[in-house]
Design a protein around this ligand. Structure first.
Ligand SMILES: Nc1ncnc2c1ncn2[C@@H]1O[C@H](COP(=O)(O)OP(=O)(O)OP(=O)(O)O)[C@@H](O)[C@H]1O
Length: 202
C-alpha cells in the first residue's frame, strides 16, 4: 500500500499556500510534516483527507481497498476534538464508530480502556479536560481500523504518559503495515521518521 502525492498545490482565500509538493508514504512508514506557523501543514493534511480541494496535482492511495475512496481509508485528527458536550464519552465514540461505518461495542470499550478513559465512559464529554478530549479523539484511531492516519499536532494537550501511549499506538499501527502523516512542531516519539519540511525554498 502506498500514498502518492504528486505536484500538489493548495490555495486558501485566493492565496497560494503551497505548490509542487511531491512525496510518497509506504506501508509501515511515518512522514512527519514540519514548518513554521502558516507554512501549510494543516492545509496539506486536510487536502489529503479530502476536506479541502487541491488546486493542482494528484493524490492516490494504491494497494488499498479498491471500492473505497481515500478518505474512507483514512483517519483525520484535526486541531479540534470533535466531541459533543452533552453526550457521554462512550456515546461520543459510538457516534464516531457508527459514522465511520464500523460500529463495534467491544472495540469501542477496548479503545476507551486503551486511552485510559474507561472509568470516565459515562461522563458527559463537556466535563473532560483538554488532554482527555484529545485522548477521546485518539480512541477513534483504535476503535475503527483504517490504514492511513492523518494527525495534526497529535500530542497537543497530552501529558507525558499519554504521549508515550500515543507513540506506542503509532508504532503498533506502523508495525501492522499502517501509514502515518503527522504535522508537528516537536518530537512525537517515533524513531527517525521521514521528515517533510514545508515553507522551505531550495
Ligand atoms: N479558511 C482560510 N481562508 C484563508 N486563508 C486560510 C484559511 N485557513 C488557513 N489559511 C491560511 O493558510 C495558511 C496555511 O495555514 P495552515 O493552518 O495550513 O498552516 P500550518 O502550517 O498548519 O500552521 P500552524 O503551525 O500555525 O498550525 C496560513 O497563512 C493561513 O492563514
Amino acid at each position: 500500500m502506498q500514498l502518492l502525492c504528486e505536484s500538489l498545490a493548495c490555495e486558501r482565500g485566493g492565496r497560494r499556500v503551497f505548490a509542487d509538493m511531491n512525496f510518497t508514504v509506504s506501508a509501515g512508514e511515518a512522514l512527519v510534516v514540519t514548518g513554521r506557523n502558516g507554512a501549510g501543514k494543516s492545509s496539506l493534511l486536510r487536502v489529503i483527507a479530502g476536506l479541502l480541494r487541491a488546486a493542482e496535482g494528484k493524490i492516490e492511495l494504491t494497494g488499498g481497498i479498491e471500492e473505497s475512496s481515500l478518505p474512507e481509508q483514512a483517519h483525520y485528527l484535526g486541531h479540534l476534538d470533535a466531541a459533543k458536550p452533552s453526550l457521554t464519552v462512550r456515546e461520543n465514540l459510538t457516534f464516531w464508530t457508527n459514522f465511520l461505518g464500523a460500529p463495534d461495542e467491544a472495540a469501542t470499550d477496548a479503545a476507551l480502556d486503551a486511552v485510559e478513559l474507561g472509568s470516565l465512559a459515562d461522563l458527559p464529554a463537556a466535563y473532560l479536560s483538554a488532554g482527555q478530549k484529545r485522548r477521546l479523539s485518539i480512541a477513534r484511531l483504535l476503535a475503527v481500523k483504517r490504514p492511513l492516519w492523518l494527525l495534526d499536532e497529535p500530542t497537543s494537550a497530552l501529558d507525558a504518559p499519554s504521549q508515550g501511549r500515543l507513540a506506542q499506538f503509532m508504532r503498533e499501527h506502523l508495525a501492522g503495515g499502517g501509514m502515518i502523516v503527522a504535522a508537528t512542531h516537536g518530537p512525537i516519539g517515533l524513531d527517525a521518521p521521514r521528515e517533510l519540511k514545508m515553507g522551505v525554498t531550495a
